[in-house]
Design a protein around this ligand. Structure first.
Ligand code: SIN
Ligand code: CO
Length: 410
């Protein structure tokens, strides 16, 4: 049995040429960049290195007052307003009269707050709210390639999503009210049949905690848990992602499908008459196999695929272009004074000479890499660096601004 440890309250590119990824990569590494941690990781007395060594993907951890005096960025009304929007992913789970029901949003109306036993879950709140995004970014001691989203739940007394397990690591931060968590290290993860949501058939809790605002519970993947609201409560789930190899394999074959080059066509000038017209000849298969084995992929192909895959916006994500698009000279002078920041929905990563943004990849000259690395790491660029961008990078920044991928800092 894994007993969760309890941690007490803590102390406190300018582009010479922006090339698309199917062109040959340039050599060279990224020079240094500035990373500024605006907030300490909310890990109590643990350093990220200690947390990774002892807990991450290994065992649960309860941190009392991980964020002492936590002032949640969204109150219930703000969450309900988000759940009413078309582009926001929301679910309503009702556990009334021993029956589970689940509905997908948007929700123009919700059950009364006086009614016990319901939960509203809103996914990807960080994509819509800057303060929620800032909270998620406090967990950037885990790389962006693994960080997924901030989900917020609101539940009335007795509400919850039932005993279940998640496939990903999660930090469950209590934001408002109290929640009783029961957790268990069971191996039997079979689910109840014919349910609208995944509920464990046999939940065997081993530990129980009541979380108050600011307390946080970390759970590794596949750890059984059940959280029940004690009165109205809000829980913020900081979720991670880990694509399955099957998904990656399928995605990679699709990606390679766009770039493979196999010239020629099957030919059989020496064809002989046969006895079974429906049978595929061995020779035909041998010839085709020999050609298909010519498909090759490089480490660079993999890097480009992974970067594009990880930065691909979710299918529900739409970018909003600026209300009044500035002309390129006005953009240059305004952004040169105020600076730029990535839009909340923008995902930006890099590796070697490659920069990935919202599912696109670019190949960057060595002298331009620090600037774009700075934009990706800080998710913003001060005005003086925007002003120093070389022509191709300045052009790319302008295009990304027009597309709503980045915006002038307010
Ligand atoms: C919740 O916030 O109600 C559910 C979070 C979880 O169990 O993963
Ligand atoms: Co869960």
């Amino acid at each position: 049995m894994n007993i969760p440890a309890i941690i007490p309250a803590p102390g406190p590119a300018v582009m010479q040429s922006l090339q698309y990824a199917d062109e040959r990569p340039a050599c060279g590494a990224w020079p240094g960049y500035n990373t500024r941690m605006t907030n300490l990781p909310p890990l109590g007395d643990l350093t990220p290195a200690e947390f990774f060594r002892d807990y991450w993907q290994k065992k649960p951890l309860l941190i009392r007052q991980a964020i002492a005096g936590f002032a949640p960025p969204l109150n219930p009304e703000a969450l309900f307003a988000l759940a009413a929007q078309e582009e926001v992913e929301a679910r309503l789970i009702c556990h009334f009269d021993q029956q589970w029901q689940m509905q997908d949003g948007p929700f123009a109306a919700l059950p009364a707050r006086s009614q016990s036993g319901w939960t509203l879950l809103v996914q990807g709140v960080n994509l819509h709210d800057r303060a929620a995004d800032a909270l998620l970014r406090r967990f950037r001691f885990v790389p962006d390639a693994r960080l997924d989203d901030l989900m917020i739940s609101f539940a009335t007394d007795g509400g919850g999503v039932g005993p279940h397990f998640d496939s990903y690591d999660v930090f469950l931060l209590q934001a408002h009210g109290r929640r009783r968590w029961q957790i268990g290290s069971q191996q039997d993860l079979s689910l109840k049949p014919d349910m609208p949501l995944k509920i464990l058939a046999r939940f065997e809790p081993e530990q129980e905690f009541i979380l108050e605002p600011g307390d946080m519970l970390y759970l590794p993947p596949h750890y059984a848990h059940d959280g029940i609201a004690l009165g109205d409560c809000m829980t913020y789930s900081i979720g991670f992602r880990a694509p399955s190899y099957q998904e990656l394999g399928q995605g990679f074959l699709e990606f390679m499908g766009d770039s493979i080059d196999l010239p020629g066509r099957y030919a059989d000038p020496d064809l002989k008459p046969g006895k079974a017209p429906a049978e595929i000849s061995k020779r035909m298969l041998t010839d085709i196999a020999a050609e298909l084995r010519k498909v090759r992929f490089t480490d660079d192909d993999i890097a480009i695929f992974v970067g594009q895959y990880l930065t691909e916006p979710k299918h529900t994500t739409y970018f909003t272009a600026p209300q009044q698009t500035l002309t390129p000279p006005r953009f240059a002078s305004t952004a040169g004074k105020k600076g730029l920041r990535l839009a909340l929905k923008t995902q930006m990563l890099y590796r070697g000479p490659h920069v990935f943004i919202n599912g696109m990849s670019f190949e960057v000259e060595p002298q331009d890499r620090p600037l774009l690395a700075r934009l990706a790491n800080d998710r913003s660029l001060p005005g003086e660096l925007v002003g120093a961008a070389r022509a191709d990078v300045a052009e790319a920044l302008y295009t990304w601004y027009q597309d709503g991928w980045l915006e002038i800092t307010i």
